[in-house]
Design a protein around this ligand. Sequence first.
Ligand code: SF4
Ligand code: SF4
Length: 364
Amino acid sequence: MYEIDNTVYKRFKQKNNMLFRRLWDNTLPTYQQMLDTNLEGHIESKKDGYSRIDFALVAAGWTVYERFPYAFKWERKSLMDIGYGVNWMKSKYKIEDIENFTKKIKKVAKLYGASLVGIADVNDKWIYKTGFMRPNDVSEAKAKKEVRGGIAPDSIYDQPIELPDGINKVIVMGVEMDEEAISTAPTQPAAAATAIAYSKMAFIISCLGEFIRNLGYRAIQCGNDTALSIPLAIDAGLGALGRNGLLLTPEFGPRVRICKVFTDLPIISDEPNQGFIEKVKNFCKNCSKCAEACENDAITRESNPTFKPFSISNNPGVKKYYVDVEKCFEFWVENSSDCGNCIAVCPFSKISKFLTPDEFWSKD
Ligand code: SF4
Ligand code: SF4
């Protein structure tokens, strides 16, 4: 499924992710720049999809993700009595039929809002070697205040990441992003679809995490932190890696955001979707729509995957289509938001009609 050069492959250091690297790597043109760099200019430009209303939509979409303090909990430290009078953590729920229980866990994840759910055994390769560890019960905005301000010492985003003993399963979930909003990429309604999916993720993982704790088991709620989400999602049978460097799913293509909950629940893992992995491999070889749509040429047009990374922000040692994420992030700064062109144009996203931002706002 993966071609890995084990002499090269090492667990990824999250500080090399562009969103962290732009904080400390002064060789980058985007050093210390963020999405607000060009924002005022965009609003003044009066360009379709870049008005104050559009940006307000995006920023507000992040509300739950940024402000909810329990979104990324690793544990419940004390009894949370919300009126049920039960010490949920006192004993473990006895699971008699693992197959049936696994179905229930997936049902629960979907009920809380996940569009796709799969389960995998934890592969340590995909766990970050070091990264940013949020304090328990602290919101994203509060936890990252100093990091985002560029005044946090490296040690804050370079902490060793180790999952506790016994945490050997991961429930991986995909959250669909709105088709019409994404079709306007790279304008702000598309960025709003991203933001809303992140806020939904925060809701889903915190409810699922608490559900698992109510059964007396452990849950580690994660967004993009702690581990590489795409290989975990592939292991969990959710899809395949595309040329655009994103997870392509059979249902929504790359039009999903990924979140995950690590756990010690005894549940049954899914198998990778080999048929779909093969399909994507053959399709991407002859399609380069994402590369053509990328404003900054960040996506390779090579016909075959390689072992050639572009920069330290790519984790070397895996054969794949590497994306020049330095160039990608330069466009994000210019665009004052993430972009989504390579999501919208991918045939697997199944976008039936591409809208202008004006058309998006006019539609009921
Ligand atoms: S998000 Fe935009 S800039 Fe980045 S790789 Fe995709 S198309 Fe290119
Ligand atoms: S746009 Fe084409 S090449 Fe790019 S990820 Fe989608 S299928 Fe693959």
